[in-house]
Design a protein around this ligand. Structure first.
Ligand code: GLC
Length: 534
């Protein structure tokens, strides 16, 4: 029993596999070409059968959808495109019935410009309290015609937009996403109330959007260089990863802990490296932080090993586990990132065995279990990503990883929408007939079959999952060049050949699971094997 006297403390998140549902593209229940909560509820069986522990839902709140729902106009309601609060409650109940926990996305760095607070701010005078909930400043130059500083939007262009009375407001993303002022007590109180709203409804946690963003450096100093988005994940910027954000998470942790049932927070924090990321998982802060260094590592044994070592060491310093991720709705799908075509698929098969053998928790992005590639040839008029639109095509479009899921049948929309519905919001490639859930369930050699086997084994094998919060939970083994090899106690060795030549291994017992056929001790190129001996 825990201190609430309800359930035993399991620290479930330390080894959980969490599946990201992007509601717009997962399943369309009402037949309008856009995914929704009712559609997702009807497909939760797919996740239970896959063998994941929890679901993270990307935003489904009221939103003008300038940034696919990451522009929230009402934090306490479901957008009519996605359904109603009743639909949400039904999804939560069904997920819990199936043994799946549910994490929702919280977007605290900015609201939509359609949020009542921003509408009120615009209608209020300069320097007034409603304006102080956001970041309004006078401009520079003789008539204030220049932005207050040189900050750039992550989506391209200046991070400031001028309003008719001459003030400028800050938006680190689209102009339709004004940044909140987190020095304002009302903003802090409002978000605590929003957390409580969803916790009271029964959610198991929050994925915190732009968790590195809310606090800005005092005085909003210039960066001094252009091309600032290039620095994200590499250097420090006065608007990201400021130490002040941690104070917010210490408060939120107390709030989460005041609820029974181990509710968690996971940080989407793009920082300059594993050490900075690990600060978000200090024992009195959040439970998880996505490990983007792993996601960004190239398909190379040396690079993978370095990044795994650095991440394990950094999180162990805080007694936390690492949270591995290969794909999400913001990055090119890893089949394509690892080279695309047959090689990309082969590497993606090996990569999932690597990821699921590592100590800690792991995230799976919808469709990666089908081996979906990035859709690179979407027609320009179909693309909706503000990152692509604001940069006039200069930055990659994230639409290609957001194409709806193919479930069944031989032609688009592949069961995504009911028969007779309008076309899905993004066109689906005809070639995905080969990749539907239905097709892959019938094929023991499919990507889906591999994910299901790996996840099942991960649940039952004592060496897989979190392990102790200690880098020694994984032991590196001597391996030929191009091969990642490590042991997990008791009784598991993972070997991954990232090179293009077959290698002969010393012998680690029997193969438990392989990403491609293996004969004897020879590990083919771009192949991973879990073996039975340490
Ligand atoms: C996060 C989201 C991304 C969104 C951005 C702004 O990075 O994952 O999709 O565009 O925040 O909210």
């Amino acid at each position: 029993m825990d201190r609430h006297g309800t359930a035993a403390v399991t620290a479930w998140w330390r080894s959980a596999v969490i599946y990201q549902v992007y509601p717009r593209s997962f399943a369309d229940g009402n037949g309008d070409g856009t995914g929704d909560l009712a559609g997702a509820t009807a497909r939760l069986g797919h996740l239970a059968d896959l063998g994941v522990d929890a679901v993270w839902l990307s935003p489904f709140y009221r939103s003008p959808m300038v940034d696919s729902g990451y522009d929230v106009a009402d934090y306490r309601d479901v957008d009519p495109r996605f359904g109603t609060l009743d639909d949400f409650d039904a999804l939560l109940a069904e997920a819990h019935r199936l043994g799946l926990r549910v994490i929702v996305d919280l977007v605290p760095n900015h609201s939509s410009s359609a949020h009542p607070w921003f509408v009120e701010a615009l209608a209020s005078p300069r320097g007034s309290a409603p304006r102080d909930r956001y970041v309004f400043r006078p401009g520079r130059g003789r008539d204030g015609e220049l932005p207050p500083n040189d900050w750039e939007s992550v989506f391209g262009g200046a991070a400031w937009t001028r309003v008719p009375d001459g003030d400028w407001y800050l938006h680190l993303f689209d102009a339709g996403q004004p940044d909140f002022n987190w020095n304002d007590g009302e903003v802090r109180a409002e978000f605590e109330a929003i957390l409580r709203f969803w916790l009271d409804r029964g959610v198991d946690g929050f994925r915190i959007d732009v968790a590195h963003g809310m606090v800005k450096a005092d005085g909003l100093p210039d960066v001094g260089v252009t091309g600032q988005s290039e620095l994200i994940g590499r250097g420090r910027l006065p608007y990201f990863d400021q130490d002040g954000v941690h104070e917010i998470y210490r408060e939120w942790r107390k709030l989460l802990d005041s609820y029974p049932g181990e509710r968690i927070g996971v940080a989407e924090a793009w920082t300059s490296g594993p050490e900075r990321t690990a600060r978000y998982v200090a024992p009195d802060e959040l439970h998880q932080a996505f490990n983007f260094d792993f996601l960004q590592a190239p398909w190379s044994a040396a690079a993978m090993r370095d990044v795994i070592d650095a991440c394990l060491a950094a999180s162990a310093r805080y007694g936390a586990t690492t949270t591995w991720v290969l794909s999400n709705h913001d990055v090119q799908r890893h089949v394509t990132r690892y080279g695309g075509g047959a090689a990309g698929v082969r590497r993606a098969r090996a990569a999932i065995l690597l990821m699921l053998a590592l100590p800690g928790s792991a995230y799976v992005y919808q469709g990666e279990e089908l081996g979906l590639p990035e859709v690179l040839d979407l027609p320009d008029e179909a693309r909706q990503d503000p990152q692509w639109i604001r940069s006039a095509g200069g930055q990659p479009s994230r639409d290609g990883c957001r194409v709806p899921m193919p479930w069944s049948g031989d032609a688009p929309p592949f069961g995504f929408s009911p028969p007779g519905s309008p076309a899905p919001w993004l066109p689906m490639p005809a070639s995905w007939a080969q990749l539907t859930v239905e097709r892959q369930l019938a094929d023991p050699a499919s990507m889906l079959a591999l994910y299901r086997r790996a996840l099942r084994l991960r649940r039952t094998h004592p060496a897989l999952g979190a392990g102790a919060p200690d880098p020694a939970v994984l032991t590196w083994l001597d391996a030929p060049d191009g091969v990642v090899a490590f042991g997990r106690r008791p009784g598991l060795t993972c070997t991954v050949n990232c090179s293009s030549t077959p290698v002969t291994l010393p012998g680690y017992g029997e193969p438990l699971l392989a990403s491609a056929p293996v004969a004897g001790r020879v590990l083919p190129p771009d192949t991973a094997v879990w073996w039975s001996a340490p």
